[in-house]
Design a protein around this ligand. Structure first.
Ligand SMILES: C[C@@]1(CC(=O)O)c2cc3[nH]c(cc4nc(cc5[nH]c(cc(n2)[C@H]1CCC(=O)O)[C@@](C)(CC(=O)O)[C@@H]5CCC(=O)O)C(CC(=O)O)=C4CCC(=O)O)c(CCC(=O)O)c3CC(=O)O
Ligand SMILES: NC(=O)C1=CN([C@@H]2O[C@H](COP(=O)(O)OP(=O)(O)OC[C@H]3O[C@@H](n4cnc5c(N)ncnc54)[C@H](O)[C@@H]3O)[C@@H](O)[C@H]2O)C=CC1
Length: 160
């Protein structure tokens, strides 16, 4: 079985229970904005560290659903986090975030170079009480398509 470039084993899927738990996102640009809502939906206590932010991140900060630190990452920012995401556009910063996370055994997505990270983000969908999460060998277009097909099947009267 091929698990994708850079992976010798498949990822282990897990439904993280993040309600009330600290999640730190370093780099609040487009990728962070796309993934933010799922953390908010999960009830996580999200902190975003980023000197500039996507409008969706700004909106969430204004609404009080995330804590925004408008500055560059500094070592120690992951303190007390359960989960982290390194999503800046600077590889050296992402590497430093991952290093801090790894030292503290905090699972961490590395948005620019997935195999170096310790967690991956699946394509997710919900149908009634069922959650579908798809990882497709580091091919986001395929994971999105597969997720959509699964949701379609769940919505059909036979499978739903
Ligand atoms: C491996 C993974 C790790 C992780 O980041 O967690 C990863 C990695 C990378 N993605 C890259 C690019 C893009 N990814 C998307 C979209 C999605 N990416 C998602 C997941 C994952 N992406 C993880 C597991 C995926 C799996 O195995 O199935 C989805 C499923 C979930 C979500 O993000 O919510 C979501 C689609 C679902 C939805 O839309 O619902 C788009 C499209 C867009 O932005 O619109 C682009 C732009 C280009 C393009 O179109 O390909 C790059 C290159 C960056 C660079 O060029 O530097 C890397 C880096 C690398 O592969 O090393
Ligand atoms: N995994 C995925 O699905 C995808 C990954 N990417 C990769 O993810 C990275 C980010 O992509 P985008 O969100 O599109 O970039 P972006 O340019 O929209 O956002 C980057 C953010 O990082 C912040 N930043 C820069 N230096 C920082 C520092 N020292 N500390 C904290 N924050 C800092 C910037 O202020 C900005 O808000 C890129 O390296 C890109 O290669 C891109 C598209 C999809």
């Amino acid at each position: 079985m091929n698990h994708g470039p850079g992976l010798s084993h498949p990822p282990y899927p897990s439904g993280l229970i993040l309600a009330g738990r600290r999640v730190v996102i370093v780099g609040g640009g487009r990728v962070a904005a796309r993934r933010l809502q799922a953390f908010i939906d999960a009830g996580a206590a999200v902190t975003v560290v980023s000197p500039e932010v996507d409008p969706a991140v700004r909106e969430a900060a204004n609404a009080g659903t995330v804590t925004l630190l408008e500055r560059e990452y500094a070592p120690g920012d992951l303190s007390a986090a359960w989960y982290a995401m390194a999503s800046t556009d600077r590889p050296a910063v992402n590497a430093a975030v991952l290093e801090e996370a790894t030292a503290a055994r905090i699972f961490c997505v590395r948005a620019d170079d997935a195999p170096l990270g310790t967690a991956w983000t699946p394509a997710v969908g919900h149908h009634q009480e069922t959650t579908v999460a798809v990882l497709a060998n580091r091919d986001p277009e395929r994971s999105r398509r597969t997720r959509d097909r699964l949701l379609e099947a769940l919505r059909s009267p036979i499978d739903g």
